[in-house]
Design a protein around this ligand. Structure first.
Ligand code: ATP
Ligand code: MG
Length: 388
């Protein structure tokens, strides 16, 4: 356990974070907390992204006010969480901003045992994710060397990575995701620990493992994430069946990387694409290798289960993948041999179009779009008839 130490403070002239790029509601919350005599900082991914010149997805706030104190300051708020309580403050349009009280250094938080800004920073995962921005004086407060790592382009776990992965194995996936997203190098100590600790993934909460993996696939850097997971021996823990494809299946020039890159480009250009599309893409690549040609009674749902057997894929998601895979195959059949596209109420037409586009290119995507329009046109017409 660490002693109190002085943080590095970066003045306004030494960093690029500007209030103009921060959600005004997050600033209002912070200023109200400060006026009530509390400390309140912007923290986490929001500060990291601002420092990288990116637009943050969300703005989290850390404070020394207890959840109760926060709750009484904001009418439109709710305390959430069982063990460790946080406050969500709600705004119009479904937006909510998370305010958490500084955590203490213990991994298993006790009820209402809170800490300081320093303990809160040190229990976070990566140095670049543990920076505070203080809107009271526009400084960045850095207890962990995060600014230096950002400048050098290094992904580093706070403290001994072996211990931090033991405490929470999901952090291993977060290391790889953040490295893929930023293009930063994983610090060598941390990289070695990833390999040494891979078995811990089995002992982690499988729901959280899946949730982090799903984020890997949907954040616009699925190819780089999968390559990172492969490089650090974690992919064999998550998708062991994919070893059938050989060690080079993510190499430049293979078809799967081309598909994943196309999905990533769409996500990065702002399209909302669910993780089911990426999982269906992965599945469609591995399926031929898993199929037993002599068995014509095989069930696509069973094969999907088998392909992803080390992941706890939620039932709904598995069903979406299954419907998408079946719709895709039926449409390919029509593309090759003619006939009509069967519409499934479990498949978003747009997702089928995306699959065609990433597998076969723009021309095929246009073809499937026109086919789907045709059949929905028919439906509309027949409904109109009934209405008459
Ligand atoms: P994203 O842009 O994907 O949201 P993020 O860094 O904001 O990235 P979140 O999952 O939103 O990621 O988590 C918010 C913050 O909480 C992180 O920046 C990090 O400081 C901390 N955090 C998240 N997960 C862990 C973990 N497993 N262990 C320690 N700290 C964590
Ligand atoms: Mg976040």
């Amino acid at each position: 356990v660490s002693e109190e130490s002085l943080p590095k403070i970066y003045q306004r002239s030494e960093h690029v974070v500007s209030r103009a790029n921060i959600d005004p509601d997050a600033l209002k919350i912070i200023y109200r907390l400060i006026r009530s005599g509390h400390i309140a900082y912007l923290v986490g991914g929001g500060v990291r992204d601002l420092l990288l010149g990116k637009t943050p997805k969300d703005f989290d706030i850390a404070t020394d006010a207890t959840p109760r104190q926060v709750k009484t300051l904001f009418r439109n708020s709710r305390i959430i969480g069982r063990r460790f309580k946080l406050v969500h403050i709600f705004f119009s349009g479904g937006k909510n901003i998370e305010v958490s009280t500084f955590r203490d250094s213990s991994e298993e938080p006790l009820d209402n045992v809170f800490g300081s800004a320093e303990t809160d920073a040190r229990r976070r995962d990566l140095t670049i994710n543990a920076l505070f921005y203080n809107p009271a004086d526009y400084t960045i407060i850095d207890y962990v060397g995060g600014i230096e790592d950002l400048r050098k382009g290094i992904i580093r776990v706070i403290g001994d990575p072996n211990i931090r992965f033991q405490e929470d194995p999901v952090r291993m996936l977060r290391v790889v995701r953040h490295a893929s997203r930023t293009g930063f190098e994983i610090d060598p100590w941390c990289g070695q620990a990833l390999k040494d600790c891979k078995d811990l993934l089995k002992t982690a909460s499988q729901v959280r493992v899946y949730e982090e993996f799903r984020k890997d696939l949907s954040a616009g850097y699925s190819l780089e994430s999968l390559r990172g997971l492969l490089k650090y021996d974690l992919l064999e823990m998550l998708l062991p069946k994919f070893s059938i494809l050989g060690p080079n299946f993510l190499d430049e020039g293979a078809h799967l990387p081309i598909c994943l890159e196309r999905i990533d480009m769409l996500v990065r250009s702002g399209q909302l694409i669910s993780s089911s599309v990426t999982l269906a893409t992965l599945f469609l690549k591995i399926e031929p290798h898993l199929m037993d040609e002599s068995d014509d009674s095989y069930d696509i749902g069973e094969i999907i289960k088998y392909a992803f057997d080390s992941l706890v894929v939620p039932r709904k998601e598995r069903e979406r993948i299954e419907a998408l895979v079946m719709a895709f195959k039926q449409a390919v059949e029509v593309q090759e041999n003619g006939g009509a596209i069967k519409k499934s109420r479990f498949v978003e037409p747009e997702e089928l179009i995306i699959l065609f586009s990433v597998f076969f290119g723009d021309e095929s995507a246009r073809w499937i779009r026109s086919q789907l329009n045709k059949s929905s046109g028919n439906k509309r017409r027949s409904k109109a008839k009934i209405a008459q």
